[in-house]
Write a protein that binds this ligand. Structure first.
Ligand code: ZN
Ligand code: ZN
Length: 247
């Protein structure tokens, strides 16, 4: 049984000109950040969580900046949240620097396999505890969305509402296509997904061909003009739909 709220979100995501899962996850992240900035920048549990993960991952930190600048423009919410993040990092530096030095200095070379003991201890202390809060949130949303489509395909086949929406969308990016295949429990579902994917790829390939051989005198539709950007999105996914693991 498809969740009603999810259906409305998925329908909207399927009208975007990119992978519906990427569109859904990007929208989810924007909404989450908007709500965070508008009501939770002083919440102690959020501060603790962000301090442990050393802030958001790179992809989501830059999305937070976009939302902050797009909605408020003053940066106060991010300044409040990141004061705690920076305090935490500085605290670890202070604690490590206050430890007594251990014995004689050991000379290490840049090509040495093991880093100096002080650097090693400091790296351990600075390592993020747990994944980025937004990555965690998106992971849950993604699992739910993928499961909803697979369930709908198993129950109603390719004529169900979700299947029709998905079929009419721009199609899944390669990472989300692979995740769908991981979850498809019957060959008929997997084959239908592959068939839809093939159609989307063939259409995009044709657009790329037309773009490369275009007549520069004629104006092109917006859809044709950005096909090379959609080719990047098709293979890699949208930039804010996935987090990044920082070593
Ligand atoms: Zn995607
Ligand atoms: Zn993240």
């Amino acid at each position: 049984m498809t969740d009603t709220l999810f259906l409305a979100d998925f329908r909207r995501a399927c009208t975007s000109n990119s992978c519906p899962f990427c569109a859904l996850l990007t929208e989810t992240a924007r909404r989450y950040f908007s709500s965070l900035l508008n009501g939770f920048t002083l919440a102690p549990d959020i501060h603790q969580r962000l301090a442990r993960s050393r802030g958001f991952c790179r992809a989501h930190a830059w999305l937070l900046k976009e939302v902050e600048q797009g909605e408020r423009g003053d940066g106060n919410g991010t300044a409040t949240l990141y004061s705690t993040v920076l305090q935490g990092i500085r605290g670890e530096l202070d604690a490590c620097l206050a430890e007594p030095t251990s014995g004689a200095a050991t000379k290490t070379h840049w090509w040495s396999a093991s880093p100096a003991p002080f650097g090693k201890r400091l790296r351990e202390r600075l390592r993020p505890e747990g994944i980025c809060l937004m990555c965690e949130h998106q992971k849950e949303t993604e699992e739910f969305a993928l499961e909803q489509l697979i369930e709908a395909l198993d129950e109603a086949g390719s004529s169900g509402e979700l299947a029709l929406l998905y079929d009419a969308s721009a199609g899944a990016c390669q990472p989300h296509f692979l995740r769908l295949l991981e979850r498809a429990s019957t060959d008929s579902t997997a084959r239908w997904l592959a068939h839809v994917q093939r159609q989307h790829l063939a259409a995009l390939e044709a657009q790329l061909d037309a773009y490369r051989n275009r007549d520069y005198q004629k104006t092109q539709s917006e859809a044709e003009a950005d096909c090379w950007i959609r080719a990047l999105a098709q293979t890699a996914g949208l930039p804010h739909a996935f987090g990044e693991v920082v070593e």
